[in-house]
Ligand binder design. Structure first.
Ligand code: ITT
Length: 201
């Protein structure tokens, strides 16, 4: 698969930054759907893989370039896997559609407190979909397990990072140096699989 000109099919600046960091060692030139002002498709599928494919297919067909999409989210075990594929939508103000992750993290906290559970275990999931303009498709899945801590801590990362502590760590992803997050994150895990398939074959 030719990855010389790749479009990153995301409108999320945090993802663009992390995907650029993860691809940096491979000398791939990337543009994002944000740079190219591509339309943002509605995420109508009911799985991470379905939504990742939908975003990559849309970007590949509009741009004529190979597209890489990332669908990801936080699954909280005591909440039956919520917010899951709705992780971004949990942060949306219904009227303005503006995302507020302080609001989303508080929603997770309130839901857990209402259950009176001591199980704060959670995982981040990332599914990457790579789609060429002629319809070749591959998907790669990654995860990182850990637990949630409140109140949120740290200014690094994005989304739910300030409440997530990976197994074996004491600081949140929000407090962690980005290079260290890239050694253990769900996105890095999925990227390892992509790199093994695409760059080492
Ligand atoms: P695109 O669809 O344009 O890529 P999005 O933000 O809508 O951007 P998703 O539908 O995949 O992306 O939503 C995933 C949400 O899950 C994302 O907005 C974050 O809030 C959260 N998330 C995913 N990866 C994360 C990470 O590494 N750290 C913190 N939160 C993360």
């Amino acid at each position: 698969m030719n990855l010389q000109n790749l479009v990153i099919a995301t409108h999320n600046k945090g993802k663009v930054r992390e995907i650029n960091d993860l691809l940096a060692p491979f000398g791939v030139k990337v543009k994002s759907a944000l740079d190219m002002d591509l339309p943002e498709p509605e995420e109508t599928e009911n799985s991470f893989a379905g939504n990742a494919l939908l975003k990559a297919r849309a970007a590949a067909s509009v741009s004529g370039m190979t597209a890489l999409a990332d669908d990801s989210g936080l699954e909280v075990f005591a909440l039956g896997g919520e917010p899951g594929i709705y992780s971004a939508r949990w942060a949306e103000n219904p009227e303005t559609k503006i995302r507020d992750f302080a609001f989303a993290m508080n929603k997770v906290k309130n839901r857990l407190e209402a259950l009176k559970t001591s199980d704060y275990s959670a995982r981040f999931v990332c599914v990457l979909a790579l789609v060429t303009p002629d319809g070749e498709e591959q998907i790669f899945e990654g995860e990182v397990r850990g637990h949630l801590e409140f109140p949120p801590r740290g200014e690094n990362g994005f989304g739910y990072d300030p409440i997530f502590v990976a197994n074996g760590e004491t600081i949140t992803f929000g407090e962690m140096d980005p290079a260290k997050k890239h050694e253990m994150s769900h996105r890095a895990d999925a990227f390892k699989k992509l790199v093994n398939s695409v760059f080492k074959s």
